[in-house]
Ligand binder design. Structure first.
Ligand code: ZN
Length: 138
């Protein structure tokens, strides 16, 4: 457990320091702002959707380490996936952060499972995913 704990911290820190897919995306088909007022996290999500596929995804904004790392991990997880697959992942990720056992499809994202015990940080971890859902809701 200590090893997992260290790994979790390392992943968060690494993605916080060097977020993947950070910056505005050109071209993009969707742009959505997300805010978590409780912590002060703000992010803007950019999506480039061709047909049913997320061919591009990026984010900008300022936030705490958890919100930023979670957004970075999310962009890596959903890039190239179909919209349906991405939204399924969003549901599975939120369920895990709210305490459910993690779905196998979550892969590296399961490293964030520990956040389910940090109630104050749940909204930090789910911000990017909630923003994704808002971006593509009909
Ligand atoms: Zn936060």
């Amino acid at each position: 457990m200590a090893l997992l704990d260290a790994l979790y911290k390392e992943i968060i820190f690494e993605h916080y320091k060097r977020p993947r897919n950070h910056g505005e995306l050109h071209p993009h088909t969707h742009r959505q702002e997300g805010v978590n007022p409780g912590c002060g996290d703000e992010l803007t999500l950019f999506l480039n959707i061709e047909g049913e596929r997320l061919v591009g995804v990026s984010f900008t904004g300022e936030g705490c380490a958890i919100s930023r790392a979670s957004a970075s991990l999310m962009t890596e997880a959903i890039k190239g996936k179909s919209l349906t697959e991405a939204l399924t992942l969003a549901g599975q990720f939120k369920a895990m952060i709210h305490g459910a056992p993690p779905a196998e499809e979550l892969g590296e994202l399961t490293l964030l499972q520990g956040i389910s015990k940090l109630h104050a940080r749940v909204k930090c971890a789910t911000l990017a995913w909630v923003t994704l859902e808002q971006a593509v809701k009909p």
